[in-house]
Design a protein around this ligand. Sequence first.
Ligand SMILES: [Zn+2]
Length: 398
Amino acid sequence: MLTYTIEIRQDQQDQYLTVPFEMPPGIARLEVSYTYAGHGEGDCVIDLGILESDRPRGWSGGARPSFFIAAAQATPGYQAGPLTPGHWAVLLGTYRIPPGGATCTVTIRFEPASHRWLKGDLHHHTHHSDGAHSVAEVLQLAEEAGLDFIALTDHNTITQNQVRCESPVLTIPGLEVTTNHGHLNILGARELVDFRFRHAAEFRRPAAGLVVLNHPHCDFCPWEHDFGFDFDLVEVWNGLWTGRNERALAWWQAELAAGRRLPAVGGSDCHRVELFSVVRTGAPTTYVLAEDATVEAILAGLKQGHVMISDMQDGPAIWLTPCPGEIVAPGTHEVALKLERAEDCTLRLVDRTGIIYEAPAADFTYAWEATTGNFLRAELRSDFTGMVRALTNPIYVG
Ligand SMILES: [Zn+2]
C-alpha cells in the first residue's frame, strides 16, 4: 500500500497534477482512494482519475472517493483489463482550490494475482487425543468437505503433526493447549507448549505459530484465566452457532469497540463425525485471503484479519471490498458487499456503536463515513433461527 499526502496551493488551481507510481508485476487488482480538505474559506473540489503510460485509463471527476481496476471488472468510468507493469499515475484535477490551499491524501493498494481465498477448518481433533478418527480419516473428511486446509489441534500433544499422509488438503500443524481453566490453539505449532500453567501470566507462547483464544465463553470449558495475556486471534465461532458463540461475539465486539484489532476465526472442534451429527468437519468454515497455499501464507492472512467465516463449506458468504482486515484512511469509503447463498438471511452492518444497518440480504454498496478508531464488519443471520450464518472480520480505520 502506498500513501501520499500532497499540499496544493491556490496558484495550482485548474491544473492536472500527477502522483506517479510504478505498477509492480503480477497485480490482479488496483485500488485507489483519496480524501482532501481545503484550508480556510472557499470552495475545494479535486477530481480523480488515472493515467497508464501517460494516457488516461479512467476518470471519475468528483463523483467517487475511490475506484478499482482489475482484469475483468472495474469501477464505472475506469477501463477493466490487464494491469501492465510500468509507469502509472493518479491524476488529480484541481478544479477549485481555496486561497489557503488544500491537503490531499491518495492511497494506492495492489492485490497480487496469486492472492486467493482458501477455506478450511482451524480446530479439529484426531485419535492422538480424544477424537475418534485417524489423521488419514480426518484428511479424508476434509477433502470430502472440499476444504483447502485443516488444522489438527489435539489436546496437549503434537504427535498428530508427525503423521505423513498423501492428501490434497494442506495440514496446518496444531495443538490445543488444554488447561482446567481454558483452552488455546497454537496454529503452526512446532513444539509442545507446557499446559501446566495456573495463571494466564505464566503461559509462555512458543517461538512459532499463532495463539488462538478458543471458545472463551463455552458452557463447559470457558476461559477462566484473565484475558490480559499475549494471544493473536479469538475463536468466536466454535461448532454449531449457539449461546457460547453469541457470548464470544459480544465479547469480541466490545474488544473491537474499545479500539483493539483482534482477528476472529472459526473452528468445528470436531472430535467425531457420526450420522446426523451437527458437529462435523468444516462447520464452520474459515476463509482466509492468502498469497499462496502454504502454512506461512495462511497464518499471515489470519494474522492480518483477512478472514470471513461461514456456517459450512457451502454456506452463505459475504465478500467485502475493501478486504476485511484492511486499514483505511478516515473519510468516505464505498464498501461493496457481494453475497452468496444468502437466501432467507438478514444482513447486518456493525461498527463500534453496534448495528448501523439491517435489511434483507442483498448485494449493495455502502457509503461509509469512516472515522478514526472505528471499524465496519458484516453478519448474515438466518431469518428462521436468528443464528449467525456468516460473518466477516472488520475493515479498520487507521
Ligand atoms: Zn477446546
